[in-house]
Design a protein around this ligand. Structure first.
Ligand SMILES: [Zn+2]
Length: 74
């Protein structure tokens, strides 16, 4: 009989950090090309917004529409 130390943090501990996942999708309104844009400031502000809302987000999506370099040239 050994002594087993059980570490169980699964109860009530939701491992969910929306802060690490948030990024801006730069979407070309012409060709639909999507580029991920990561910005520390955005993550910071996003976290503040979520804290203020007092909700548990299931996900998020920030789209920014623009005209990409390819389409601008056409
Ligand atoms: Zn484009």
């Amino acid at each position: 009989m050994g002594l087993i130390q059980e570490l169980n943090f699964s109860d009530g501990n939701i491992r969910y950090d929306p802060n690490t996942k948030v990024h801006i999708n730069l979407v070309c309104s012409k060709c639909g090309d999507i580029t991920d844009y990561n910005n520390e400031k955005v993550k910071e502000v996003w976290q503040q917004i979520i804290s203020g809302l007092k909700i548990k987000p299931k996900g998020q999506r920030i789209d920014l529409y623009y005209e990409c370099e390819k389409c601008k040239r056409d």
